[in-house]
Design a protein around this ligand. Structure first.
Ligand code: SF4
Ligand code: SF4
Length: 306
């Protein structure tokens, strides 16, 4: 149920040679604008924590930790209270508000101070991260044999008349969701599934809510305007902000010149597509778009070679 929609059953079936000692529940909203996880934490803390207990048992893990950003004091307080009421052995970590704090590798570093090496997965450092929505869904599946039929969706931005969080059935069309939220504003310019940094622009309203639809962001025309790309001025801002320690400027240049081997040598596949480099670039270079394309070319090449 997290932004990347990585399959839960895979995370819950680690190979025998990768024992898991720590389960981290992700209560950090993955992107700005989105509040669906926050809402769920306030409304269903018990369900989430009991789901977490089930996951801990499946993984045979010893430690259960929950990471929540410190701009959600009500969620932190609620979780600490319910943990104490249910007498569960879990600990809540209050984290700095920082993007992309909700990315798996960053969350593991912040909560248990372990670094997931390049090209490796959280299970390589004995950790599994699950979204709070996943924990609630696991509880429903185990306690009630109920499949995933609905999810909380944040409908937000200056392009919608009544922004709110809605509990939407999987398969509900965007147009029905928007109608329920008072309809689109006249000057709506762009509809994004997800948040402003990693979300995907949509070209139709005839699209269904799916498991990964954590939010629908509607920007107005002014906010959606594209700036004209200019030349890189080598300011290094993109390098300073990259949470993975990459050199987005170089990666973008390699991809522009079809130098995919060089991009691979500069670890293009480690990019988590957080969008921070594009956001800070004063030359308005769409670095994350170039890098995404570069990643797909490198993967294609690898598949051909194997
Ligand atoms: S932020 Fe933009 S202008 Fe600055 S070095 Fe990176 S790509 Fe070049
Ligand atoms: S999108 Fe840019 S800033 Fe984010 S991980 Fe990839 S290269 Fe780094």
């Amino acid at each position: 149920m997290g932004g990347a929609t990585f399959p839960t059953h895979v995370k819950l079936s680690p190979p025998a040679d990768k024992p898991i000692d720590t389960l981290i529940l992700n209560g950090v909203e993955c992107e700005p604008y989105l509040t669906s996880d926050h809402r769920l934490m306030l409304e269903e803390p018990k369900k989430i924590l009991l789901g977490m207990q089930i996951i801990l048992r499946i993984l045979n893990a010893k430690v259960g930790a929950i990471g929540i950003e410190n701009n959600k004091p009500d969620a932190i307080e609620t979780f600490r209270r319910v943990i104490s009421e249910l007498n569960l052995p879990f600990k809540v970590f209050s984290l700095h508000v920082k993007y992309p704090q909700g990315a798996e590798k960053q969350l593991i570093k912040a909560v248990v101070d372990r670094t997931v090496p390049a090209g490796k997965l959280p299970m390589d450092v004995g950790a599994v991260v699950q979204n709070v929505g996943t924990a609630a869904a696991v509880y429903d599946a185990v306690a009630y044999k109920r499949p995933l039929v609905e999810r909380v969706v944040t409908v937000t931005g200056n392009g919608i008349n009544e922004p709110k969080n809605v509990l939407a059935r999987i398969g509900t069309s965007y147009s029905d969701v928007f109608e329920y939220c008072g309809g689109l504003c006249e000057d709506v310019g762009k509809i994004i599934m997800g948040g402003p940094m990693m979300g995907l622009a949509q070209s139709s309203l005839d699209v269904p809510v799916i498991k990964g639809t954590s939010g629908l962001l509607l920007l107005n025309e002014k906010e959606s305007r594209r700036r004209q790309e200019t030349t890189c001025i080598s300011c290094a801002r993109c390098i300073d902000v990259c949470p993975m320690g990459l050199m987005p400027k170089m990666l973008g240049a390699f991809v522009k010149h079809n130098q995919f081997d060089d991009a691979q040598a500069y670890h293009v596949l480690d990019c988590i597509e957080c969008g921070s480099c594009s956001y800070v670039c004063p030359a308005y270079i769409n670095l994350v778009h170039l890098i995404r394309f570069g990643k797909s070319e490198v993967i294609k090449k690898r598949k051909k070679a194997s």
